[in-house]
Design a binder for this molecule. Structure first.
Ligand code: NAD
Length: 494
């Protein structure tokens, strides 16, 4: 079926045929041990469209046992073969991109175009790490005559991947692609509101040639399925992407097993605009930095930190753009889709209501909304909160929705203090025509990634991750392999 046929089928029937609805363990779909199921909701209508297995510790134990056996097979698969299999996964992902993107859009609420971008980027991730699979060499070390010494770069073992709902496909693949390239096996726990593409990708990997047991998926809640997975002592590395509070809990829970950990947490990233920047470019950059994916991006440019001389002109442009933005059901491909869940919508609304009560100026938006075509669904108007103090809750806390916080500055030092003035340190954008200013700021701002004059510049080839409460460890790029490999030194007396 083409995308259009799938979308018509969905709007006619309220569901999609052939969705995978059970765990994927040892190369097959298997029902939950408890028989319990959870409903999956279309955020664009607020209505359930399918259900899936609610996993518990019993299912997790099965999946981990399968992945422990899978690891022995996969670590002994020649690197060149792993490379060929991951390239085949990229090819299959492109061949099946239409279906993956429709399911991703429906499950998450994001626009079809955004979901298509995520799937295309994920195919690139498989291809990129396929190229690394047969190049994970150690080095020889010179200890002088009488000894020969070298290092091996070994896979760390069985890995667990805890995935959030905002980028179900790309967050999953940026973890499992390097893990597989390195020779690790994986058990994945997708978010409870977005389980389907993880199941589809696990099955696709089996068809690409990944042996049964190497990639397993257990669906369900964080407490029932996520917690037993990360605390299983057979797991040697946990890659967690999600909120700070849950990440801190995972860190505490894995400590007794001394399990390796990558934490990709939240953000409150600034887009810093200097007085000499092009106002149109700043407005356009700031607009997409916050309203892409309905603002549900860890690295969203959720703060505009702008020179006071540019402030009025850019605000005028931004407000007009926000008021012209079309939001609606993701599968109708508007500019902005739905918010992922009713619970999350309430959290966004709570942030804005508290700001309103504090007397914050709401330059545009500020309200819960529905799809203008159907009057249904979970939407929030594109919202801009103006002229905020550095201590304001809307500046210091992650809202994770289409809500931009605007702060003004008078000079570079003040800009830097504001930019670095939250507990987060994930990303930063700098807009200026002066490359000395840009480079000086890029060096001084605390962030894992900095872009200049294009907020979303970059690609899967660049390492990505945060500092301070945004987490630690790097994914993507060649650095993305580090969490999944470890060095072993071998010395021979000769
Ligand atoms: P969340 O922390 O509520 O959930 C994330 C995942 O953790 C889900 O799969 C959930 O089921 C699981 N989980 C919950 N409790 C668990 C437990 N006790 N043990 C193990 N797993 C558990 O986060 P969310 O609300 O789904 O995602 C939004 C957050 O994720 C935001 O804060 C956002 O900034 C962050 N995020 C960060 C990045 C990044 O790369 N830095 C990317 C995307 C999202």
């Amino acid at each position: 079926m083409t995308s259009d046929q799938m979308i018509s089928t969905y709007f006619e029937t309220g569901t999609l045929p052939d969705l995978p609805r059970d765990h994927f363990i040892d190369g097959a779909f298997v029902a939950a041990d408890s028989g319990n199921r959870m409903e999956s909701f279309d955020a664009g209508t607020g209505e359930a469209f399918s259900d899936f297995a609610a996993g518990t510790a019993v299912d997790v134990d099965r999946a981990v046992t399968s992945a422990a056996e899978g690891f022995e097979v996969w670590r002994n698969t020649p690197p060149a073969r792993r490379c060929a299999i991951l390239n085949e996964a990229a090819r299959l992902m492109r061949a099946e991109a239409d279906r993956l993107a429709v399911v991703e859009s429906l499950d998450s609420g994001k626009t079809l175009a955004e979901a298509q971008g995520d799937v295309a980027g994920s195919a690139r991730l498989f291809e990129y790490y396929a190229g690394a699979a047969d190049k994970l060499d150690g080095r020889s070390v010179n200890l002088g005559n009488g000894n020969a010494a070298f290092t091996l770069r070994e896979p760390v073992g069985l890995t667990a991947h805890i995935v959030p709902w905002n980028y179900p496909t790309s967050t999953l693949v940026r973890g499992i692609a390097p893990a597989l390239a390195a020779g690790c096996s994986a058990v994945v726990k997708p978010a409870e509101t977005t389980p389907f593409t993880a199941l589809m990708i696990a099955e696709l990997l089996l068809r690409a040639g990944v042996p049964a047991g190497v990639v397993n998926v257990v669906t369900g809640t964080g407490i029932e399925a996520g917690a037993p997975l990360v605390t299983d002592p057979r797991v040697r590395h946990v890659t967690f992407t999600g909120s700070v509070a849950t990440g801190v809990g995972v860190m505490q829970n894995v400590a007794p097993n001394v399990t390796g950990l990558t934490l990709e947490l939240g953000g409150k990233s600034p887009l810093i605009a200097f007085a000499d920047a092009d106002p149109e470019a700043v407005a356009d950059g700031a607009f997409w930095a916050i309203f892409s994916n309905s603002g549900q991006i860890c690295s969203a440019g959720s703060r505009l930190v702008i020179h006071k001389d540019l402030h009025a002109e850019v605000m005028d442009l931004l407000v007009r753009k926000a008021q012209a933005l079309r939001f609606g059901h993701g599968l109708r491909n508007p500019d902005m889709g739905a918010v992922n869940s009713e619970r999350h919508l309430e959290q966004i609304a709570g942030h804005v209501e508290r700001a309103r009560a504090r007397g914050v100026e709401i330059a545009t938006g500020g309200n819960v909304a529905t799809d203008p075509e159907t009057g249904k669904g979970w939407f929030f108007e594109p919202t801009i909160l103006n002229d905020l103090a550095a201590s304001d809750e809307a500046v210091t806390q992650e809202i994770f929705g289409p809500v931009l916080a605007v702060q003004t500055f008078a000079d570079e030092n003040e800009a830097l203090a504001l930019a670095n003035g939250t507990d987060f340190a994930l990303a930063a954008g700098i807009y200026t025509k002066d490359m000395s200013t840009a480079l000086r700021m890029a060096q001084r701002v605390d962030a894992g990634q900095v872009t200049v004059n294009d907020y979303w510049a970059g690609g899967i080839e660049l390492p990505f991750g945060g500092n301070r409460k945004s987490g630690f460890g790097r994914e993507k790029g060649l650095e993305g392999l580090d969490a999944y490999t470890r060095s072993k030194s071998i010395t021979l007396a000769v």
